[in-house]
Design a protein around this ligand. Sequence first.
Ligand code: NAD
Length: 312
Amino acid sequence: MRAAGTRRSGGSHKMTIGFIGLGRMGRPMASNLCRKGFHLIVNDVNPQAVRELEQLQAASAATVAEVAQRSEIIVTMLPNGAIVRDVVGGAGGIIDHAREGALILDMSTVDPETTDALGARAKAKGLAFVDAPVGRLASHADRGESLFMVGAEPKDFERVKPLLEAMGSTIYHCGGVGAGTRTKLVNNFLAVASCQFNAEALALSQRFGLDLARTLDVLYGTTAVNGQLKIAWPDKVLAGDVTPGFTIDLAHKDLTLILEAAHAAKVPMPMAAAAHEAFSTARARGFGGQDFSAMVDALCDLAGIEKPRVKR
Ligand code: NAD
């Protein structure tokens, strides 16, 4: 389902949107909002990231508190739960400084407890809270083609829908607050663990001395295929581009969240545990800052196998 509603592009929107966290994902998401007529006030601990948004006519604020005071909706796109708890719920954070009736839209990937706790605290202060983690690749975010999985009260979903339509192309309302975060963990288990499956398969193919392009033809033509192998990898590691994208460090963070949530829910996930340690190994060998498709490079490096590259 794509959420119904009018796509407003190029128009001007009277509301002020706060946007905190302008990294690999937040930067294109905020840029798409600016280009589609939203008035933004942005903040990031990295001044260069802020300057890039200022060039698109966004205002900036030196503190999170100032962003909160000046915005009707405040978006956060931050690395992890600890930082989200600090920026949203810490001293000098959004909940302490937001205007009455403001809405906090957290789009980061975090643990369900963080979402639930911040949602409850926001509600107690008369603020609305929505979790809307982001699916698909960073390159989709660049093009405004992300998928959003939203946890929200129905009236709050309606408030954030115009923003989501400006940043993405597919929107799913998954349930109440917390349902977006939980859906994201389910999604990312498969999205991240399949990188490890692909890494092992292609390392074996390389060791066998098979023709890589022909092996890929076979994999793309059977049920062995998966989205990483078919959609993400051809333009990333297989083309020799390991710039992130989505880092191995962040993928490892997601596997940690997935395992913690699974342990709490008493759901055994042995494949997630194995993938988690494979990602730990890649990080220990210095691959943490590379794109998560470089899991195959980490394994080939470990085993002394030539990295798989498809000539174009
Ligand atoms: P990133 O590390 O590139 O960006 C995070 C940004 O937050 C950086 O610009 C950093 O300077 C800023 N930041 C950190 N602490 C801050 C603070 N206290 N105040 C203000 N700014 C602060 O990460 P990313 O790849 O953009 O990912 C962001 C979130 O989205 C993560 O939770 C990630 O798991 C999730 N995600 C990433 C992708 C992807 O493909 N990269 C896709 C979907 C979801």
